[in-house]
Design a binder for this molecule. Structure first.
Ligand code: PXP
Length: 250
């Protein structure tokens, strides 16, 4: 199967808020970053409202929803508090992620299979409100099957482990991880799930993920916000887009 069509690029702007919060000031403003990303051709904005509000805050989510002209992907843990906020803000999409306070970033995928009944009940009102619900999972077939069973529209495959192996130069293991991700993408698509991918993606490691034909969207944050310090957010996004298109044969 050849890569089919253009990939969507969602820009995660969490770490603009990290920088702002480091000084307790009002800048840099995540909404301004989102608008710049939109102008540079981003297809969506992703933001993660964590339980501890370490970067994005409630007011940021409201400002993003009101201010941007592209879809907002609201990332969060499946808690009652987050469900209530989602139903107020009504983002285009919701991506459910596991969350532990002590982690530096989202370290593993969600255990959908182990929490199936609760997650099915959790997402039902979100689907009724018109949100496209995504499960952030590893490449385990059980998690993919459970995501389909509970009625998720999308699975986002966690590329963090692949990215770490690639960065450490452990290429044989990175290849094995890629093979598992490819198999998972094909399996998820065969069940009717839309496939997204993200976490840890950079200029150097994005191509094999972008080339997976079932993958429709990548969500990328930390690397691009870092790169923006050197070359600006717009050029960083344009560069990433070019690499994605090249990997796709476009
Ligand atoms: N997708 C999901 C579900 C995430 O949790 C994150 C990190 O917040 C990303 C994508 C983006 O990862 P990164 O910031 O490493 O590009």
């Amino acid at each position: 199967m050849q890569p089919s069509g253009k990939l969507r690029l969602g820009i995660n702007i969490d770490h603009v808020a990290t920088l702002r919060n480091a000084r307790g000031s009002a800048w840099p403003d995540p909404l301004r970053a989102a608008l710049l990303a939109e102008a540079a051709g981003a297809d969506g904005i992703t933001a993660h409202l964590r339980e501890d509000r370490r970067h994005i805050r409630d007011a940021d989510m409201a400002a993003l929803k009101a201010g941007i002209g592209i879809p907002l992907n609201f990332e969060c843990a499946a808690t009652d508090e987050m469900q209530a906020i989602i139903l107020t803000i009504r983002p285009h999409a919701v991506c459910l992620v596991p969350e532990r306070r002590e982690e530096r970033t989202t370290e593993g995928g969600l255990d959908v299979a182990g929490d199936e009944a609760r997650l099915a009940a959790f997402i039902a009102p979100l689907r009724d409100a018109g949100c496209r619900v995504s499960m952030f999972i590893g490449h385990d077939a059980r998690q993919i099957e459970a995501s389909a069973r509970i009625g998720a529209a999308v699975v986002e495959l966690h590329t963090g482990h692949y990215s770490d192996l690639h960065a450490e130069g452990r290429m044989a293991e990175a290849e094995a991880e890629l093979a598992a991700l490819r198999k998972a993408a094909a399996f998820a698509a065969s069940l009717g799930l839309e496939v997204h991918a993200g976490h840890g993606l950079t200029y150097d490691n994005v191509a094999p993920i972008a080339a997976m034909p079932q993958v429709m969207e990548l969500n990328i944050g930390h690397f691009l916000i870092g790169e923006a310090v050197f070359i600006g957010l717009g050029p960083a996004i344009e560069d990433m887009r070019l690499r994605m298109d090249q990997a796709r044969g476009l």
